[in-house]
Design a protein around this ligand. Sequence first.
Ligand SMILES: O=C[C@H](O)COP(=O)(O)O
Length: 262
Amino acid sequence: MTKLLVSVRSAAEAEAAIRGGADWIDLKEPDRGPLGAVSCEVARAIVAEVQDRAPISAAAGELCDWPASDARDLLAVPGISQLKLGLSGFGGRSWHGGWLSARREIHAAGKDLVAVIYADAAAAKSPAPLEIAALAGATGSRWLLIDTFDKRGGNLFDHQSALELNELFHFARGHGVTTAAAGRLTAAAIATLPLNVVDVVAVRSAACGGDRRGLVSAESVATLRRLVRNLAAVSQASADDDPRRADSLGDSRRFREASQFP
Ligand SMILES: O=C[C@H](O)COP(=O)(O)O
């Protein structure tokens, strides 16, 4: 069943998200960019609040800043299982080596690195979505997130069609990668997601009533959770009715050829 992840910036928000039924808590400071990291103190307070009630991931900024970033302090925070690093600035530049080395370092701290695709790759100057999915698939990554870099307007579907997302995630799941979709997802955008290939729906803005710098509310989270559960049940029922449908959607030759990792 597709899970609902909620990004929070404080222990109080984490409590509200859990009360609303969030399956997953993600730590993120929205004032510090699309993948802004919370401080180590805030991270420890949130982990203490959540205890074992949900898995916890954390945004850790951009790979280009990682070597000197204060987000590195999150490596020492127990209870966080995944870190997310964006690839802004690496479009047209070599990034595989730096990403793999950050992943080794994060693994050594007992955590996983999430491969992050920015759907608005041109604005982020990041590598193309398929390139990131291909590296994640070829190197045994367990997690792939698609999100948006520019949070000022629009949502995921201003940059990526549902069919493209279906192909991308179908490919990733075929390589054993768990998939997460984000990017200022509204209820209408969530209803457009190809939930047959989305393991995690990730939100902040919608959980704050639309303004990601606002406050996460238990009521908004509960509404989103009901929506995700209902849509996932419908998606599951239609896959059960016609199991070939889900498989065929991501099986275009163009996609398979383009996704060959060198
Ligand atoms: O990881 C998910 C993000 O926090 C989504 O944030 P957003 O809904 O404001 O784009």
